[in-house]
Each structure stands twice: as C-alpha cells, then as structure tokens.
Design a protein around this ligand. Structure first.
Ligand code: AMP
Ligand code: ZN
Length: 139
C-alpha cells in the first residue's frame, strides 16, 4: 500500500530500528518507546487490522511476536511483557497496518504503560451472560 507508513518501513523507503525480519514479518522499535525495548511486529503483506487479516498471515505474525518477545526477554530481562494490538481508531489504532506491540514491563515503569479496566459485572446477570454468549456463538 503506497500510502502506508509501515509498508514504507518494510520496503526500506523510511528508516527503522529493525530487530527482526523473515520472509513474512518485520519487527522494529516503536519510535515512541513506552518502555525500553517497546517493539512492533508487522506482516509484510499489508492488511488493515487483525479482523481483516488472512489466518495464515496471522499465524506467521503471532509466531514472530513470540520469537521477538523471547529475544527481548533474553536480552533486556524485563519483569513482564504485555502484547497489545489495537483495531480501529476508536480502540486507539493510529497506523492502519496490522501490528502487535511488544511492551516489556519493568518494576519502575509504572508511569509508562497502563490500562484502566473498569469492570461492569453488576450489569450482566447469569441470564444476560447466557444470552450474550449465545448471540456471539451464533454469529
Ligand atoms: P497504534 O496506536 O496501535 O496504531 O500504534 C502505532 C504505533 O506506531 C505508535 O506507537 C507509534 O509510536 C508507532 N510509529 C508511528 N510511526 C513510526 C515510525 N516511523 N517508526 C516506528 N514507530 C512508529
Ligand atoms: Zn501497510
């Protein structure tokens, strides 16, 4: 895709801090490091997001996510690792080429990364949960 910044990174038209590459995937440091080693893993074949990606491509990307996470784990020895993947602008996606964030976590990074998960269990009783599961299952 000519207008896509990640396609340009993959082709070399835009520079990147590459950490891994194979026939199907490319991994590079996120330009805005949330924590040391924050890395993006992308398929070389353009697709907008996870929902629009061929399963075979997805399998290749997630395999590379695991590989690069293991490389980061071995070298930077973080205390934990979050894998984050945003779909559509409403869910904070800003670059519309599928990517997985590998976010190493360190004990002193509390200001670096956080998701506030407000749970609403009270709003879903057993009947509502059963109906919800049925609705999704029948899709
Ligand atoms: P998202 O908000 O999930 O779409 O994440 C897009 C990420 O791409 C952001 O964290 C940006 O910092 C990162 N990003 C944008 N342009 C570049 C670039 N040229 N090189 C590396 N990372 C980039
Ligand atoms: Zn692209």
């Amino acid at each position: 895709m000519t207008d896509c910044i990640f396609c340009k990174i993959i082709s070399g038209a835009i520079p990147s801090y590459k950490v891994y590459e194979d026939a199907y995937t490319y991994a590079f440091l996120d330009i805005s490091q949330v924590a040391k080693g924050h890395t993006l893993v992308v398929p070389k074949k353009h697709s907008q997001d996870l929902l629009e990606t061929e399963p075979a491509v997805l399998a290749q990307v997630i395999t590379s996510v695991q590989k690069v996470a293991q490389m980061i784990d071995a070298t930077l020895q973080p205390d934990g690792i979050n894998i984050v993947q945003n779909n559509r602008a409403f869910a904070d996606q800003s670059v519309f080429h599928l990517h997985f964030h590998i976010m190493p976590r360190y004990q002193d990074d509390i200001d670096g990364f956080g998701y506030k998960w407000q749970t609403h269990s009270d709003a879903f009783d057993a009947d509502a949960m059963t109906a919800l599961a049925e609705q999704i299952k029948n899709a």
